[in-house]
Ligand binder design. Structure first.
Ligand code: SF4
Length: 227
């Protein structure tokens, strides 16, 4: 498959075709698209876990949240808990003071304004303390089936290497804006989960395993390396 146009970037038509190629290849590689955060499909828990995952591993968040949700199982319980108690429970996730404050405040808003549930629009989600576009898109896609490109570090790195935008582009919002029209809405959530897995197993930050990579055919990074 042709990888670039004359300027060394993907044309619009190529980008669309290559995005579909990437979706299919990742589906074959990872038939199950699984969110690494084990929230059990609970919107509030996923919101809390996504907030805790900033600069922390998903594995650590899963461990910490077992005790956290056993002690504080609802938004109401979190909103009413002393901040010191929340800090103690999430300490090992790092940035625990900031995270405890935003989790408590966001939970209080969910209780007062939404009856303890989580709203399903980008605008309302972004108004919650500690919630940025990454968390909002995760919730919109995973919980509300509205689609959402979760531009995390793996997504930004890999989509850049593939050549959907320059590799030096590291801005999450730009990645989201470029990839959103390329990935059909109903595929966005699973695509992002698969790309995280792919980024951990194959296209790692330090040493991507380009030989035999199922995306090699459409990858600009590999094409440059092979020159
Ligand atoms: S060919 Fe290499 S750089 Fe391109 S997606 Fe595969 S592992 Fe990543």
């Amino acid at each position: 498959m042709k990888t670039t146009d004359k300027k060394g970037t993907k044309s619009k038509t190529q980008a669309k075709a290559h995005a579909l190629f990437a979706i299919d290849a990742l589906k074959k590689l990872y038939p199950e698209a699984v969110c690494a955060l084990e929230s059990g499909g609970d919107p509030w828990k996923l919101l809390v876990m996504a907030r805790l995952s900033a600069q922390c591993t998903d594995a650590r968040v899963n461990i910490v949240c077992k005790d956290l949700f056993a002690a504080l199982p609802t938004a109401a319980a979190m909103a009413e808990a002393p901040i010191e108690k929340i800090e103690d429970l999430i300490r090992s996730c790092g940035l625990y003071r900031t995270k405890a404050k935003s989790i408590k405040e966001a939970s209080a808003i969910l209780v007062s304004d939404y009856g303890g549930t989580v709203p399903d629009t980008m605008e309302e989600l972004l108004a919650l303390p500690g919630v940025g576009r990454k968390i909002a898109n995760l919730l919109l896609g995973d919980i509300f089936n509205k689609g959402g490109i979760v531009a995390d570090t793996h997504c930004i790195r890999i989509c850049g290497r593939l050549g959907f935008y320059p590799e030096l582009q590291k801005d999450p919002k730009k990645t989201e804006m470029i990839m959103t029209p390329l990935i059909p809405k109903e595929e966005q959530s699973d695509f992002c989960h698969r790309i995280v897995q792919f980024g951990r197993d194959v296209c790692t930050a330090r040493s991507p395993k380009c030989d035999g990579c199922p995306l090699g055919e459409i990858c600009l990074h590999k094409q440059r390396k092979d020159l």
